[in-house]
Design a protein around this ligand. Structure first.
Ligand code: COA
Length: 203
């Protein structure tokens, strides 16, 4: 493909280039810049830095995501995306994001450790996920409510199972929202190749 190519940052010079790009793109004061050493440390800890460079090897953009933990769920937080002004509006930003997404999709995913109490449990019966009755008496700063993956598929293929889910999720939300909880986060977790989406309710 013509134009800049996208690759993972490899060495110190790549991370230094991200510092230069922060200055050029945002005109950040030094105190606000994410330093090369910080980029290296967070990449070492599981983050991703993608560089866009011209065929001659001149960096013209980067995308940065650092490893994060929220609601007990490990994930990548996509933090910065920058393309040099004269290279903008040519699809480079988009290609950086797609490269980041593809790389992230290759990382192993796990369901979070059960650090917060679960409102419901899910079992698979005849190929469909089925929720237990929701526990409505839990008291903790954060609670997990699991919902079925592939909701549209479930509605079409097993409408009665879907209706059962809807009734249980509604009961749980009514009880906990009524007691001051918020649906504060959503954790798209996975276990054994199965998606296990969770709402994180917080008070
Ligand atoms: C945002 C940025 C990285 C986009 O890079 P780019 O190479 O110009 O983007 P692309 O050419 O791939 O454009 C992708 C799409 O995003 C859109 N887009 C660009 N900047 C946008 C913004 N700030 N908000 C919403 N959409 C934006 C473009 O219009 C384009 O959409 P279109 O194809 O429908 O027209 C670039 O404009 C930039 O460096 N901006 C300054 C830094 C910044 O604001 N970064 C984002 C926050 S961390």
């Amino acid at each position: 493909m013509d134009g800049p190519r996208i690759r993972l940052a490899r060495d110190r010079a790549d991370f230094e280039a991200c510092v230069t790009l922060q200055r050029e793109v945002w005109r950040l004061a030094d105190v606000e810049i994410t330093s090369a050493i910080q980029l290296i440390a967070t990449t070492w800890a599981g983050g991703l830095v993608h560089i866009a460079e011209t065929p001659e090897g001149r960096p013209v953009g980067f995308a940065y995501a650092f490893p994060a933990l929220r609601g007990g769920v490990p994930h990548l937080h996509s933090d910065m995306l920058a393309v040099r002004p004269e290279q903008q509006k040519r699809g480079v930003g988009l290609r950086l994001k797609w490269a980041q997404r593809a790389q992230a999709a290759e990382l192993p995913r796990t369901v979070p450790p059960p650090v917060f109490p679960r409102i419901n449990d899910v079992k698979w019966q005849a190929g469909w996920p089925v929720s237990s009755d929701p526990r409505l008496d839990l008291e903790a700063p954060e609670l997990l409510l699991e919902i079925p993956p592939e909701w549209n598929v479930l509605c079409q293929a097993a409408p009665r199972v879907a209706a059962g889910w809807q009734e249980k999720v509604r009961r749980a939300f009514q009880a906990y929202l009524g007691r001051g909880y918020l649906a504060a986060d959503f954790a798209p977790t996975e276990e054994g190749g199965r998606r296990r989406p969770l709402y994180v309710l917080k008070k």
